[in-house]
Ligand binder design. Structure first.
Ligand code: NDP
Length: 252
């Protein structure tokens, strides 16, 4: 157990990658909080996680909600050792789109959810973090591989990689490490939100065909990578990007 009694917060820990990460941190001995807006999925995730975790409802694009997430965790468990800034991805009711369809609102909403909320998650957490904490920002291989209709999301995630580098310098005096974990295609509920049910299996097969290792990633894969970045095993890894994508980014 590499995180015994460490306090963790995983934003968006009620679904997909965030839940896989919360489970992995818990398996290494951590306790703490998962966050999300949806109370029903928070409740069912907490039921699966069992004792040691609480759910905190909040929207990561709201700065007061962010502050409340970290303050509540500190009040319940003490200062935070691991912050996983995972909430993000698709904006509700706003499909990703190409340049002809994107409006100013759509642009702002994607940047707010995937970039601004990442920066302010770190800023709002700072008073509640232990010195020597590990911060893991969830990026995406979309930052490295262009895909139709994903330009703004991809640009936001590329900027997240840059945030980890800059924030590492900002936080050096407190020995807080900031790294990005960039997933490739990971099998999570997000795909059910963007692909019609009847096409899901064939679309997933098309993705698998592009992944050298021959399968999509899982939330468990992401959990293991995040647990490594959270633990002292990665003590000398600062401001870098760990890509976990089955080799997908390496092929043209
Ligand atoms: P899911 O849709 O399963 O999870 C998204 C999570 O973010 C949910 O917990 C959701 O909770 C939370 N969330 C979304 N918007 C907000 C908001 N405004 N405020 C608070 N919480 C919010 O997706 P994934 O697990 O696939 O994605 C997780 C992260 O991984 C995202 O950052 C995504 O960009 C990234 N990623 C995913 C990849 C994949 O292939 N799946 C690939 C690369 C990166 P709730 O709805 O309750 O608010």
């Amino acid at each position: 157990m590499k995180l015994t009694n460490k306090v963790a917060v995983v934003t968006g820990g009620n679904s997909g990658i965030g839940f896989g990460i919360a489970e992995a941190l818990k398996n290494e001995g951590a306790k703490g909080a998962i966050t999300g807006r949806n109370q029903a999925t928070l409740d069912s995730a907490l039921k699966e996680l069992g004792d040691g975790f609480i759910g905190i409802k909040g929207d990561v694009t709201n700065l007061d909600d962010l502050e409340n997430m970290f303050k509540t965790t500190d009040e319940r468990f003490g200062k935070i050792d691991t912050l996983v800034v995972n909430a993000g991805g698709i904006v509700d009711g706003q499909p990703m789109a190409g340049i002809n369809e994107v409006t100013e609102d759509n642009y702002d909403l994607y940047m707010d959810l995937n970039l601004k909320s990442t920066y302010f998650s770190v800023k709002k957490a700072l008073p509640f973090l232990n010195d020597g904490a590990s911060i893991i920002l969830i990026g995406s291989t979309a930052a490295h591989r262009a895909a139709p209709g994903m330009t703004i999301y991809a640009a936001a995630k590329a900027a997240v990689v840059s945030l980890a580098k800059g924030l590492s310098l900002d936080l050096l005096s407190r020995r807080i490490r900031v790294n990005t974990l960039s997933p490739g295609s990971i099998d999570t509920p997000v795909f059910g939100k963007i692909v019609p049910e009847e096409q899901l299996a064939s679309v997933k097969q098309l993705w698998v065909n592009q992944i050298p290792i021959g399968r999509m990633g899982s939330p468990v894969d992401m959990g293991k990578a995040a647990a490594f970045l959270a633990s002292d095993d990665s003590a000398f890894i600062v401001g870098t990007e760990l890509i976990s994508d089955g080799g997908m980014t390496n092929i043209s």
